[in-house]
Design a protein around this ligand. Sequence first.
Ligand SMILES: NC(=O)c1ccc[n+]([C@@H]2O[C@H](COP(=O)([O-])OP(=O)(O)OC[C@H]3O[C@@H](n4cnc5c(N)ncnc54)[C@H](O)[C@@H]3O)[C@@H](O)[C@H]2O)c1
Length: 438
Amino acid sequence: MTRLTALRQLPQSKLFRPGDVFVLFGELFGRGYANGLINEARQAGMEIIGMTVGRRDENNRLRPLNAEELAAAEANLGGKIINVPLMAGFDQDAPEGEPTPTDLLAALSLKTWQDDKLDWAHIEKCRQIGVARFQAGVAEAMAQLDQLIADGRNAFFAHTMAGGIPKAKVFLAIANRVYKGQGERFVSSQTLLDSDLGKLILQNFDEVTANTFQHLIDGSAALRRRLEAAGGQVRYTAYGYHGTEILIDGEYQWQTYTNYTQGYAKMRLENVARAAWEQGVKATVFNCPEIRTNSSDIFVGVELPLLALLRALKRENGGAWAESQLRSCAALLQDGHSLDEVLAKIDALNDSAVMRGFRDFNAWPMPNSPELADTMIGASDAIVAMHQDRKALITDHLSALVIEASGALMFGEAAAPAGPVLWLSHDIIARQLNAAHG
Ligand SMILES: NC(=O)c1ccc[n+]([C@@H]2O[C@H](COP(=O)([O-])OP(=O)(O)OC[C@H]3O[C@@H](n4cnc5c(N)ncnc54)[C@H](O)[C@@H]3O)[C@@H](O)[C@H]2O)c1
């Protein structure tokens, strides 16, 4: 049984100082959550080191970045990148000369995928190869990292990896129906999970989203022991998702985006942190609010809860700065539309019987339904249509604020973390923002 353990106090401790090392375990994208932590690490004067997932050559083999790609990635990160490919998952791994799981999926068609069967003995061989490849990559990357961190330093490992959707044409069409489909085009997420295709995807999610955190903690054990023996401290954070408390009817209430197919992997990620914590390793999964990023854009409607942050910003001691944020958001709407109208839509959505039915923490992650797709996608489309420009949405503005606040909260809390799993709800996000800008 999981209990919601929310961070309620702004972090007060400080640990990291100039010369300490911040390691990003995953790549950095423009709108990604990791930018918040990187900004904090930079402000603290830490040295920043990143990893890469690598790229694929013309024969689909994983390779390190070439000189040009490496230079671009290092410029983007503002730090050195350890050039060892750390692509997780096993969707493109196989014994030499045999088909990969992605190859197997090529045989599936839109008509037959629900009944098509996969060769699980073969897939298990592929999985083991993928895991061994990733662990070997981590070992090599950690050996290189070991040379870069001197005794006496503290180290902060930030895990950001999530994903694992296989690059199979048939799945693109199915994903469009599961996450964006309405009416005749709707496909239930449960139908996907009941199929062999869905089972394969869940396994791959586990590898990319959860088990990589375990490999990071295990693979850095020798480095951690060396630094700790010299008086340094080592911290691990990861980004989780397990719903968020937002203002509904004037109270902070837990709600979730549905169907969050990665939810099983995210609960596994939480368990990785809990198990490490019991061994004395300070590893914390921060369950973060819904925002719009490269990774979340596929889930239409995932951004809706974020709009409730407009109210939390006012509620949590919002002053002139909060008012200015609301004005900036209002300015993105077309003439004739107002924030009140947007919020009224969100209230009606949250009040609907459909959405209420999904506010069941213990049943998470629930499968979606045709009614949910209609209600949620309908609300999302209607709110987007109130904007002047579909590429400049209120939820873009708010996403950037959440990235800033979550970075500060995670960075601060990691100094003296309260536990292995902490939710960052809209209350603490708003309080952090108002405190930082007040
Ligand atoms: N966007 C949201 O609403 C939201 C909410 C809560 C938590 N999160 C989590 O935040 C983290 C960062 O996601 P984001 O939304 O900022 O998007 P992002 O696209 O910026 O980050 C995704 C990360 O996953 C890595 N990745 C993807 N596939 C991989 C693979 N096969 N092997 C190794 N690494 C892989 C990428 O390199 C990147 O670092 C993720 O763990 C995500 O689940 C996101």
